[in-house]
Design a protein around this ligand. Structure first.
Ligand code: HAX
Length: 426
């Protein structure tokens, strides 16, 4: 099979032709109407952007290039990137070529580590990671090509270069954030014998006491990579990229959105919630105790972390993938037992509460539990691990958009006075 670059390049002419014909022949057909509630409500459900890398179906969850996540959880994150970009799963040779290419691009200049060391240790790891990504921008090949007047049709090539560079360097950069932020000693160099994801936890210095850490890292980084185009991180990356900001600026924008508690930071909050429960009850509570505590949380106006979703209406298949892993890797872990008790109790409580449209667990109900069980005991770092993974999806979408010559994003905002006039409200 072809290299990721050649495979993607071969698809571009038909992709462009397809969309050009679609717009020429059906450009004035209506696919969505916006309601007043959507204009004020985060544009929820408004079909007004395109993403071909993945789709989230309310009843099925994540579908990557037409295939449900549950059928793809064996993939390495690198192979997933190949799939997201080209629509094909690479064969062994193409997979090895991509792994070798990432390894060859993985060097991180020393000044980036100086940036990480320069900020106070009280900084959030997501702030440190975003700053380090921006520091890498100095090497942007797209910016250099743009300044030299590269043609619009060819933008995608240097954007792909930047994207491969950034993906290659991210584990090293994030691992440095981890070791510096938590005073864990010297930085640990890459191991040339390990792949992209295994290198990440290796450079973090996480001890592999069970021989399954590599498998968890691979699975974690695989399932968090892409979740269609409208989520906050992908949407921010897309919008920055539409102004022709390069991969570094665009991913940094996405990471800043991922850092919010209603998005990527939920994994940190969820683990903290689990730890609070363990401390309060001195271990895993009974179902009755947990039910009572859940009502206490809801009655005080707080949410139960790890449950519900803006789009999904069934159990998140990413949760299911992590659950299957935990059943094999750590079935007797106390935190996993707590997560299972929550799975039995919380949907019933939320149903009785009557507000949440989805009462089932999402990926964050288990992701932090597993990281903690495997020795990563700093919940504030969890979103940074998510960020390393999400960069794959953000960058695949970015490269596709540059190849498709997607124009700058510029929806029309309206004022409240205009809306009132439009609907005849006082
Ligand atoms: N606990 C309590 N109340 C909840 C709830 C939960 N887990 N999930 C939803 N609700 C409430 C909402 O707060 C909302 O209440 P108000 O009407 O008072 O505002 C109501 O139910 C309707 O919300 P919804 O339409 O079902 O859900 P939203 O699209 O508004 O929000 C959230 C989706 C994920 C933010 C929400 O379910 C939530 O806060 N869950 C807990 C936090 C969490 O687990 N976040 C991680 C999501 C996974 C992810 O994307 N990670 O990146």
């Amino acid at each position: 099979m072809a290299s990721i670059r050649d495979a993607f390049k071969s698809k571009i002419p038909s992709l462009r032709e397809d969309v050009e014909r679609l717009v020429a022949e059906h450009g004035d057909k209506v696919i969505a109407e916006a309601t007043v509630a959507q204009a004020y409500g985060g544009m929820r459900g408004l079909r007004c952007m395109v993403c071909d890398t993945s789709l989230v179906k309310p009843d099925k969850g994540l579908i990557l290039r037409g295939t449900p996540l549950s059928e793809l959880t064996h993939l390495s994150p690198e192979d997933e990137f190949y799939l997201l970009l080209t629509g094909d799963i690479p064969d062994k040779a193409a997979s090895k070529e991509l792994g070798d290419e990432l390894a060859s691009r993985s060097h991180v200049p020393d000044y980036v580590f100086d940036v990480i060391r320069a900020v106070p240790k009280t900084s959030h790891p997501m702030a440190m990671l975003s700053m380090a990504v921006l520091a890498l921008e100095e090497g942007s090949k797209f910016r250099a090509a743009y300044n030299e007047g590269v043609r619009k049709e060819e933008y995608w090539e240097s954007v792909l270069d930047d994207s491969l560079d950034l993906i290659a360097k991210l584990p090293t950069v994030a691992a440095a954030v981890y070791r510096v932020r938590y005073d864990l000693g010297d930085l640990i160099p890459r191991d040339p014998n390990l792949d992209w994801s295994a290198n990440f936890t290796h450079m973090m210095g996480v001890p592999d006491t069970t021989g399954t850490l590599g498998e968890l890292t691979r699975l974690y980084l695989m399932i968090h990579a892409d979740h269609e185009g409208g989520n906050v991180s992908a949407n921010l990356c897309h919008t920055a990229g539409s102004a022709l900001s390069d991969s570094y600026y665009s991913v940094a924008a996405g990471l800043c959105g991922l850092a919010g508690p209603l998005h990527g930071l939920a994994n940190q909050e969820c683990l903290r919630f689990h730890l609070q429960i363990m401390e309060k009850f001195g271990g895993v509570p009974s179902k009755d105790q947990l039910k009572e505590y859940a009502w206490e949380i809801l009655n005080s106006g707080r949410v139960i972390p790890g449950f519900g979703h803006a789009v999904l209406r069934e159990t998140d298949p990413r949760y299911t993938a992590l659950h299957e892993f935990a059943m094999k890797a750590c079935p007797d872990a106390e935190l996993f037992k707590l997560a299972n008790t929550m799975y039995e109790v919380i949907p019933g409580v939320l149903t009785e509460h009557g507000k949440a449209k989805n009462v089932n667990p999402n990926v964050d109900a288990l992701s932090g539990v597993l990281l903690y069980e495997y020795g990563i005991k700093q919940p504030r770092f969890y979103t940074a691990i998510f960020g390393v993974s999400r960069a794959l999806g953000m960058l695949a979408q970015l490269v596709v958009n540059r190849a498709m010559k997607t124009p700058i994003t510029r929806p029309k905002s309206v004022s409240t006075a205009w809306i009132k006039e439009q609907v005849g409200a006082k």
